[in-house]
Design a binder for this molecule. Structure first.
Ligand SMILES: *[C@@H]1O[C@H](CO)[C@@H](O)[C@H](O)[C@H]1NC(C)=O
Ligand SMILES: *[C@@H]1O[C@H](CO)[C@@H](O)[C@H](O)[C@H]1NC(C)=O
Ligand SMILES: *[C@@H]1O[C@H](CO)[C@@H](O)[C@H](O)[C@H]1NC(C)=O
Ligand SMILES: *[C@@H]1O[C@H](CO)[C@@H](O)[C@H](O)[C@H]1NC(C)=O
Ligand SMILES: *[C@@H]1O[C@H](CO)[C@@H](O)[C@H](O)[C@H]1NC(C)=O
Length: 337
């Protein structure tokens, strides 16, 4: 459980950095090396503006039409996301593009931090709030990040001892966009149990809602339908959110700032492909804001807060270059509405 002070510091720093960035247009990227976790993450540096990232992306964003996410089965999810229950929800088990980001402490073992979504055998994405090592260091002691994929251990707070995970080489964070790219030094074995997901290069969705997974309690049905807020309301709480590459969504049932304040879970839409609904990655869940004043007071449990989640569309070029991948192959082809 995060302290309110940490959350407060993070949100305050995020605002400060983004405000400073607009003024300064600095180009210095924010990099965290896993091998030097002692580096102060409170010293959030500036980073390239999202518009310059967008300009350099080799795939130009264009709208794709997501099909209704709750139309393919009577239970509110595409059939590809299994609905039967178990100790780990089979919807989570079926989502083979979700891995877990774990802190591997020399003294206290492995601890789950967040979801990370598989883009390729050596590239995953999550939120920057998840990928900062300060909190796990203070809670669990020195250690390093690991990725666990392919088994239900990826959802457990403490995985089986056999789940040692794959070593992380570096995490490239954009604190202003609250986005993190994780590069592995030990690649995943893609196949039946670990499947990468395509990025959506659409900056907006027109036709229907998208969904995310609440991975806080793996036994519970995780699917959460997200609905965008009106531009007017979203602008009030986070001016320029859209240009900065965020999706703004309405409060959902049972949301608590403390239960899933870190975000990092995949936000997916569905595209029709050969008659089935194929998931594509639209973004990763981000922070809740209510009013800036409330955010700065770190309201622990704000059922009225909107959520601002980084979209992947503006990260496609950067992710392709980080992972040594072809941007055309990791993003969905544009399908005009
Ligand atoms: C999805 O399901 C909700 C609740 O059952 C319903 O209100 C909504 O209209 C549905 N959307 C579509 C596109 O079918
Ligand atoms: C929803 O399902 C019905 C019945 O299977 C189908 O006729 C309709 O075209 C579907 N709508 C969408 C948007 O996929
Ligand atoms: C759905 O999950 C259940 C229980 O985990 C499993 O037995 C079944 O094979 C799964 N179905 C599919 C289509 O994956
Ligand atoms: C996520 O799951 C946790 C644990 O079951 C629950 O406390 C919380 O309310 C859930 N959040 C949402 C938004 O459903
Ligand atoms: C992190 O990303 C930035 C922006 O794309 C890039 O300039 C920088 O070289 C990256 N850092 C590493 C270690 O790859």
């Amino acid at each position: 459980m995060v302290s309110r002070r940490t959350l407060l510091a993070y949100i305050a720093a995020l605002f400060a950095v983004c405000v400073a960035q607009v003024a300064a247009q600095s180009q210095a990227p924010v990099i965290e090396s896993v091998n030097s976790p002692q580096a102060s993450e409170d010293t959030l540096s500036n980073e390239p503006s999202l518009s310059s990232a967008l300009a350099s992306a080799s795939v130009s964003p264009s709208p794709i039409s997501f099909i209704a996410s709750n139309n393919t089965t009577s239970t509110g999810a595409p059939a590809s996301l299994n609905t039967s229950a178990g100790s780990v929800s089979s919807r989570l088990s079926a989502a083979k593009f979700i891995a877990g980001l774990f802190w591997s402490s020399q003294t206290t073992g492995m601890h789950r931090r967040c979801s990370a979504t598989v883009i390729s055998e050596n590239l995953l994405v999550t939120s920057a709030a998840c990928a900062q090592s300060q909190n796990p260091i203070s809670k669990f002691g020195n250690g390093e990040w690991r990725i666990v994929a392919g088994t239900d251990d990826r959802f457990l707070d403490v995985p089986a001892a056999s789940a040692v995970g794959n070593k992380v080489a570096s995490i490239n964070m954009s604190t202003c966009a609250n986005f993190a790219a994780i590069l592995l030094s030990e690649p995943l074995t893609l196949g039946k149990s670990i499947k990468p997901i395509l990025l959506s290069n659409s900056p907006a969705f027109q036709t229907t809602t998208v969904v995310t997974y609440n991975t806080t309690d793996p036994a519970v049905d995780p699917l959460v339908i997200l609905t965008p807020g009106t531009d007017e309301a979203c602008e009030l709480l986070f001016p320029g959110y859209s240009k900065k590459g965020f999706l703004c969504t309405l409060p959902v049932d049972k949301q608590t700032v403390t239960a899933d304040y870190l975000g990092g879970d995949p936000i997916i839409g569905f595209v029709p492909q050969d008659g089935v609904a194929e998931p594509v990655l639209f973004g990763v869940t981000g922070l809740y804001y209510s009013t800036i004043a409330e955010a700065q007071a770190a309201q622990a449990n704000d059922p009225t807060a909107y959520r601002y989640s980084p979209l992947v569309a503006q990260q496609v070029g950067k992710l392709a270059s980080l992972g040594g991948l072809d941007a055309q192959k990791i993003a969905t082809p544009a399908t005009p509405i």
